[in-house]
Design a binder for this molecule. Structure first.
Ligand SMILES: [Zn+2]
Ligand SMILES: [Zn+2]
Length: 292
């Protein structure tokens, strides 16, 4: 299996001299199975480059795009997804309905005539919109997906992706439930933290890779508590308790420069070591490929 990160930044694209190492595109990750089938998770600005890559490398449709939720940073690349504008291209968008708004409604809204020159229903590709439900399973060729609702300001889905013997969890825009104001308190109250996050821990239990929101450090988290994102320290503890093999930091704060992410990455590895865990930690970046 292969994981390719096309966008790893939260909230808004941030190109510039301070984000050269990690990149500035918003969330988009491509997963390629053992039988060479592809699924795409989230349609942030990274989806533009992903679409160009699919066409350039002659990867055949249908293209299956699963969305975690409809916040702008997770759908803003969709109007620039080149396969939309190719005859005979087929795209399946998967997401869920909220308060009688379907995925079709949500995606059409960002491409109405006053927002974008081409309306979504007028593009050349054949598009299907598939409403999915939390706690159900879906099968795309040899890739099995399980879905769970996570903890965010808008209803958001996490995905467990299984292919062959590999299990990867994609859990972005998720606020781990932390009842403590310092890392020290958190590390001394693992049982309470485990109980507060029981359902999510069970979903991630023993997975090979956990790709998870790591928007804040512990200090910033205190100012942003309740905003629907996690700190790197809570995430490290969560990964340890869920017995994750590889923890992947993802969905970075747009204000973080490369050096801030380097520091957060080192700090996460320190926390893992201090807690006597063997879990590996990876800092995702735009363009990173992980071959499993
Ligand atoms: Zn986001
Ligand atoms: Zn969000």
């Amino acid at each position: 299996m292969k994981i390719k990160f096309w966008g790893t930044r939260g909230s808004i694209p941030v190109p510039g001299k301070h984000t050269i190492d990690y990149g500035g595109n918003t969330p988009c990750v491509e997963f390629t199975s053992e039988s060479n089938k592809t699924i795409i998770l989230d349609g942030g600005s990274g989806l533009r480059e992903c679409g160009n890559h699919l066409i350039f490398n002659n990867i055949k449709p249908p293209y299956n795009v699963f969305l975690s939720h409809y916040h702008w940073d997770h759908i803003q690349g969709i109007p620039f997804f080149a396969p939309l504008y190719i005859n005979d291209s087929e795209i399946n968008f998967y997401g869920f309905s909220i308060n009688e708004m379907s995925i079709h409604n949500f995606l059409s809204h960002q491409m109405t005539w006053h927002n974008f020159p081409i309306e979504l229903d007028r593009v050349k590709a054949k598009i299907k919109f598939i409403d999915i439900l939390p706690e159900k399973e879906y099968l795309i060729d040899d890739i099995k997906l399980e879905v769970l609702l996570s903890n965010h300001s808008s209803p958001t889905l996490s995905y467990k992706i299984k292919n062959g013997d590999t299990c990867i969890v994609y859990m972005t825009d998720n606020e781990l439930d932390v009842s403590f104001d310092s890392d020290e308190e958190l590390f001394n109250n693992k049982e309470i933290f485990l109980n507060n996050n029981k359902k999510l821990v069970e979903f991630c239990k023993g997975c090979d890779y956990l790709i998870h929101d790591s928007m804040y450090n512990a200090e910033l988290y205190l100012q942003k508590k309740g905003w629907g994102h996690s700190s790197n320290s809570a995430l490290a503890m969560f990964g340890i308790l869920a017995e994750v093999k590889n923890l992947v930091l993802y969905h970075y704060n747009p204000d973080d420069k490369d050096k801030n992410i380097d520091e957060m990455f080192s700090n996460t590895k320190e926390i893992i070591k201090l807690n006597n865990s063997e879990m590996n930690c990876i800092a995702s970046k735009d363009g990173l490929e992980i071959i499993i």
